[in-house]
Design a protein around this ligand. Structure first.
Ligand code: PLP
Length: 358
């Protein structure tokens, strides 16, 4: 099956095979890594290696902490203002459903404002620099660098005033290409798209942003406390961390993020060319320069054909293509683990379907 789901999403088959092989007996210990103490030598060895591999893959500078937390990216929508607002206000750039949700949740915690929004254009593009008005006193500026539902990816970063750190939700495109971590104050990503199973969220935070949490912040939600305890103030999501580590090894074996990016460009080009070359039978509404390589929403010119398209997709073992209810149509998510063969199979179906139904 080729799984185009937006998440939880496809994982690399060799990784799943390794998990299967190690499930009952991890490295000859006679039990699963899931069943081992998180404070024992085996698991602490695992988490250290997972962090080292992520640091190497992303080139994370030494003055950043890497946290392996629970609660998903949605929890971060609240946890980030709890940790960074420090009695000030924060700026949010709205580019789709996820950044809007992050903004709304942050309103529960403190003072936040919108620095710019593309909602008037139905979230079909990244904002231009001259559309953004940042507050130079903001505690941080929040962006979502890949909007999973609207299929909008930022290839140019907004530049808030000096001293205002960028905070980025990278849940749906982390590790899809090299990123310059030093341009951000904080990066966060739920694991269940490009990293591993749901239940794990990774936070990469510059050290000078730690230690400013609101006094009411619970200790498991305080980044500084979690960093002090190596993400193990309490029991971390051990199985998710272990599995993320196998994915990181797999990415390293592919040649790292530059090689991963090349493959992702090829996959995205193939699909967008099929959409654009369909004579309007399929349409992607996103401005070309902002088109996500990871999440490709598209509509059929006649929505009455949606059900037939999905039925034919299912018959060809192509799953997870139904679009998000807020935008309708289809959505193909092309995360790292999607193969070019999967995209070719989808394009075959699209062309064949259009030839018969147009
Ligand atoms: N941010 C983005 C960009 C997402 O795509 C998602 C989930 O799809 C979330 C946040 C929410 O993540 P979670 O379900 O882990 O809370």
């Amino acid at each position: 099956i080729f799984n185009f789901s937006a998440g939880p999403a496809v994982l690399p088959t060799p990784v799943l095979e390794q998990v299967r092989d190690e499930l009952l007996d991890w490295h000859g210990r006679g039990m699963s890594i899931m069943e081992m103490s998180h404070r024992g030598k085996d698991f602490t060895g695992v988490i250290e290696e997972v962090e080292a591999d992520l640091r190497e893959l992303m080139g994370i500078p030494a003055n950043y902490k890497v946290l392996f937390l629970q609660g998903g990216a949605t929890q971060q929508f609240a946890q980030i203002p709890m940790n960074l607002l420090a009695g000030r206000s924060a700026d949010y750039v709205l580019t789709g459903s996820w950044s809007k949700k992050a903004y709304k949740e942050a309103q529960r915690i403190g003072d936040v404002r919108v620095a710019g929004s593309t909602e008037a254009d139905r979230f079909t593009r990244a904002p231009r620099a001259d559309e953004l008005q940042f507050d130079p006193r903001a505690a941080y500026a929040h962006i979502c660098t890949n909007e999973t539902i609207h299929g909008v990816e930022m290839f140019e970063l907004p530049e808030p005033p000096a001293g205002v750190p960028l905070v980025a939700d990278m849940s749906s495109h982390i590790l899809s290409r090299p990123m310059d971590v030093s341009r951000y104050g904080l990066i966060y990503a739920g694991a269940q798209k490009n990293i591993g199973p749901a239940g794990l969220v990774i936070v990469i935070v510059r050290e000078d942003l730690l230690g400013k949490a609101l006094p009411t912040t619970p200790s498991v939600m305080d980044f500084a406390t979690m960093a002090e305890h190596g993400s193990m103030l309490n029991t971390p999501p051990t199985f998710g961390i272990y599995l993320a580590g196998l994915v990181f090894k797999n990415l390293k074996a592919q040649g790292g993020l530059a090689a991963v990016e090349e493959a992702n460009i090829a996959k995205a080009n193939l699909l967008y060319s099929a959409i654009d070359g369909s004579g309007g039978f399929y349409v992607n509404p996103v401005e070309v320069a902002s088109r996500s390589r990871m999440n490709v929403p598209f509509t059929l010119a006649d929505p009455a054909l949606d059900a037939d398209f999905l039925a034919e997709a299912a018959a060809r073992q192509l799953s997870g293509l139904k679009g998000h209810k807020s935008v309708g149509g289809m959505r193909a998510s092309l995360y790292n683990a999607m193969t070019i063969a999967g995209v070719e199979a989808l394009v075959d179906l699209m062309q064949d379907f259009a030839a018969r139904k147009a």
